[in-house]
Design a protein around this ligand. Structure first.
Ligand code: SF4
Length: 307
């Protein structure tokens, strides 16, 4: 299964897809490695297509590496396999890492606290820190291969965050030096090329690739993240409880054990109770799924990955 390049930089696929490059975006040729971080969700799927397109036209496709932080049982089934399949479709190197030690739910139990909008220790502990050694490894590889002629190795971390998702994300710069990850031997930059993308444009790109997208969207979920994320919309949580009742119950046990609500406005135990009473908010809007091609691909890959 191969993906297709959708556009040329600065041009639109359709009116629903904004230009891929904006003023101030990086020149990809400056970087020794370009790391595309994927969760296998819709934004990551579109992101990979955009980066592949831009790297292709810049002549640096061989520097692109796809990185995935595997969250194990916290993720939806098949997430890691889909991330790997997307990388394979573009014939890109795929690197997956999983944090050593317990899973995220066990970490909640240890800390006695759930993550929240201003205490997002899960993202740093289970994604950023887990992939940090890979960044060092790739910088060292570039140096060992003689590709760093002078100074520090230049590493570009590319992520699929969008301004539409939250006000804190809207405030993030498109391109910034990551001082924490940088050193005298490597300069690590973070680039958010989808920051200006509305969700409709994301789906437009996803469907244009012809690649399978994550199966949870066909179940009405708006995000393919941890199955039960305290930062998720209530409608997504409701559906997740229906889809993974035992996993939800494990969260309720931890909630009761640590005496800290799943989130400030919501107890997971109460929500499970609501769901079991059939008191469910079904007004959650379905995602924009586009044409039959995407739906067919999703069915195909569901069979391939999950049966
Ligand atoms: S999906 Fe939610 S719980 Fe999982 S790492 Fe991200 S913010 Fe944390």
């Amino acid at each position: 299964m191969g993906a297709t390049l959708i556009s040329t930089p600065g041009h639109r696929l359709t009116d629903r897809v904004p230009p891929l490059l904006l003023p101030g975006d990086p020149d990809l040729r400056r970087f020794h490695r370009i790391i595309v971080h994927t969760s296998a969700g819709k934004d990551s799927t579109a992101l990979l297509e955009v980066v592949v397109t831009l790297a292709h036209y810049a002549g640096v496709l061989d520097r692109v590496v796809v990185a995935h932080a595997d969250l194990g049982v916290m993720d939806w089934k098949g997430t890691s396999a889909l991330a790997a399949l997307h990388a394979e479709a573009y014939q890109l190197r795929f690197e997956q890492r999983r944090r050593k030690g317990g899973n995220l739910l066990e970490a909640v139990q240890e800390r006695g606290k759930w993550p929240g909008p201003t205490t997002r220790w899960c993202t740093s502990g289970f994604k950023r820190d887990t992939l940090a050694p890979l960044i060092t490894q790739l910088a060292d590889e570039a140096r060992a291969a003689g590709q760093v002629k002078e100074g520090a190795a230049q590493i570009l971390n590319v992520m699929g965050m969008r301004a539409q998702e939250s006000t804190s994300r809207a405030r993030r710069p498109r391109l910034a030096l990551d001082r924490r990850a940088s050193s005298g031997r490597r300069h690590v930059w973070t680039w958010l090329p989808l920051l200006h993308f509305p969700v409709e444009a994301v789906w437009e790109v996803v469907h244009a690739t012809g690649l399978p997208y994550h199966w949870v969207y066909d179940h009405g979920l708006s995000r393919a993240s941890c199955s039960l994320c305290p930062l998720a919309a209530k409608a997504d949580l409701t559906r997740a409880i229906l889809m993974r009742p035992q996993h939800a119950q494990a969260h309720a046990v931890v909630e009761a054990d640590i005496g800290h609500r799943f989130r400030a406005d919501l107890s997971i135990e109460d929500l499970i109770e609501q769901v079991s009473r059939g008191d469910i908010d079904e007004r959650h809007p379905r995602p924009t799924r586009g044409g039959r091609q995407g739906a067919h691909a999703s069915r195909t890959i569901s069979k391939y990955l999950y049966n």
